[in-house]
Design a protein around this ligand. Structure first.
Ligand SMILES: [Zn+2]
Length: 148
């Protein structure tokens, strides 16, 4: 199911994505679950993501287009059940969309390069340098360990 924010954005032609793929292409490239999260703004179950405990140095990239999104140094343990970062590697890497699904107003974050859904951002992390918590689905991102 698409959130209202997603539909509103689809009607807005202002935003231009570098990477455009048809639904058929996305379905061919992604697993069923990846498609559900990245393209239908789904959410993986808390504490199930493979990158939750990842603590190595490196970088995190978009599953949909490989865009560089987060550096490992900004990842922190928020105890929320999803990989959490306190800031993106570059503000332009992320697109912010108001999400009013489920009776809440939240800020959805997507890859600004290919429009894939990543997760949501919350300002409830006072223990971090920014106070922000980018709550990201493991399935939306790929971890690349720093080369030795
Ligand atoms: Zn992307």
């Amino acid at each position: 199911m698409l959130s209202k924010g997603y539909k509103a954005d689809m009607a807005n032609n202002e935003f231009k994505y570098q990477v455009y793929k048809t639904d058929e292409q996305w379905k061919a490239e992604l697993s069923e679950f990846e498609y559900h999260v990245l393209r239908m703004a789904g959410t993986e179950r808390a504490y199930t993501g493979e990158l939750l405990k990842e603590e190595r140095e490196g970088s995190y990239h978009c599953r949909g287009c490989d865009a560089f999104l987060f550096v490992a140094e900004t990842k922190f343990d928020s105890h929320c059940g999803w990989p959490s970062f306190y800031k993106p590697q570059d503000n332009d890497a992320i697109q912010y969309i108001e999400d009013k699904a489920h009776g809440m107003t939240r800020t959805e974050v997507r890859c600004s390069n290919c429009e894939s859904h990543l997760g949501h951002v919350f300002d409830d992390a006072p223990q971090t340098p920014t106070g922000d918590r980018y709550c990201i689905n493991s399935v939306s991102i790929i971890f690349k360990p720093k080369a030795e």
